[in-house]
Design a protein around this ligand. Structure first.
Ligand code: NAD
Length: 346
């Protein structure tokens, strides 16, 4: 039985190790979360982690190599839109942590169909399965982009959703569908909205790995427009620790913003990457701006900090330096991906 929303809960994982289903666990953030859960300093006790991933262009089993031999890891190659498979994987799960998505804004502008199908309908398929099989907690991993551009101030969790891109609107839609399962059915759904992540194993179409790998190859870096778009940058491990805090101590039906407080213009970020690689400013090539490019995102994350005691552990300086070093040392990871990928041109 699903617990009614008002029933007090004990801390998730306090009484016994958890069986967790991670969707999109071969992607950038899902694989970090899986490595964290199965690593030596996991914030939660874990009996098993089942990864469900369709291995789209963005999914890569190599991202799970550090934990591939852990007997608690089960990898299932499949699609979150496959209701039969989802129904087989749900029974007995203490938690579903839902990362699987089409995640690249530029691709959503080029064509939105897969975004609507995976991000909205796929999320619905998972929620139906979780409800039918009485899953304990459904953690829906969303993004600050659902609030749209924020020229001034910061958006708290009550701020209206005004997504701009098809990607962001598909995520906003899935947030609402997820929360509706809590309100209608009493399913324990929790939603997180995090700012831009960076770190190892990020597919080299996103700005930091794209620029880093181009700099390491002696190429220029294509900067959108005037480079004055502002993003808050959080290390992916800090995001994953925040998700563990929400799983352990969050409340059903609640939304939690997650951010770092480190806001950088794209030009400032690019300059930091150039400096880290000893490259000078003439490596920047200005390219036509992204269509309807949101000027700024900025989340007010005081709720998760005050209620769950979470805060980032890594400074931007330390995290970016470690990330730069990782791409420098892991050419064998990213080079084949770049050769295989059909990256949208800038
Ligand atoms: P990613 O593109 O690196 O990974 C997505 C993963 O989902 C891939 O492994 C892919 O194979 C899998 N997938 C895609 N469609 C699937 C389907 N139909 N069935 C099963 N698996 C499928 O994305 P990411 O950057 O790791 O983002 C993960 C989640 O976090 C997304 O929901 C995204 O909206 C959210 N998010 C990302 C960021 C960020 O900065 N990257 C910030 C906040 C929130």
């Amino acid at each position: 039985m699903n617990r009614p929303p008002s029933e007090p809960r004990s801390r998730l994982g306090a009484d016994r190790p958890l069986d967790v289903l991670v969707t999109g666990g071969a992607g950038f953030i899902g694989s970090c979360f899986t490595r964290l859960l199965l690593g030596p300093d996991s914030p939660l006790p874990v009996a098993s982690v089942t990864v469900l991933d369709a291995l789209t262009y963005a999914g890569n089993r190599e991202n799970l190599a550090p934990v591939a031999d852990d007997p608690r890891l089960v990898f299932v190659h499949g699609d979150i839109r496959d209701a039969r498979l989802v129904g087989e994987l749900m029974p007995g799960r203490d938690a579903v942590v839902h990362f699987a998505a089409e995640s690249h804004v530029d691709r959503s502008i080029a064509g939105a169909a897969e975004f609507l199908s995976t991000n909205v309908l796929g999320t619905g398929t998972l929620l139906d399965g979780a409800l039918r099989h009485s899953v304990g907690t459904f953690l829906h991993v969303s993004t600050d982009e659902v609030y749209g551009s924020v020229p001034r101030g910061s958006t708290d969790e009550e701020h209206p959703l005004r997504p701009t891109s098809p990607y962001a609107s598909s995520k906003a839609s899935s947030d609402l569908v997820a929360l509706s399962y809590q309100r209608t059915h009493g399913l324990d759904v929790r939603v997180t909205r995090c700012s831009n992540n960076y770190g190892p194993y990020q597919f080299p179409e996103k700005v930091i790995p794209l620029f880093m790998t181009r700099l390491l190859d002696g190429l220029d870096v294509p900067l959108y427009g005037d480079g004055l778009h502002v993003r808050d940058w959080l290390h992916v491990e800090d995001h994953c620790r925040a998700l563990c805090a929400v799983l352990a101590d969050g409340a059903p039906g609640e939304v939690y913003n997650i951010g770092s407080g480190t806001e950088l213009t794209n030009l400032e970020l690019t300059t930091r990457l150039l400096d880290a690689c000893g490259a000078d400013r003439n490596r920047i090539r200005q390219v036509a701006d992204r269509k309807a490019h949101d000027l700024r995102y900025s989340v007010d994350d005081s709720k998760i900090r005050a209620r769950l005691g979470w805060k980032p552990q890594r400074s931007a300086e330390e995290g970016l330096a470690a990330t730069v070093a990782w791409y420098r040392e892991n050419r064998a990871w990213w080079e084949p991906l770049k050769l295989r990928a059909q990256l949208p041109s800038r």
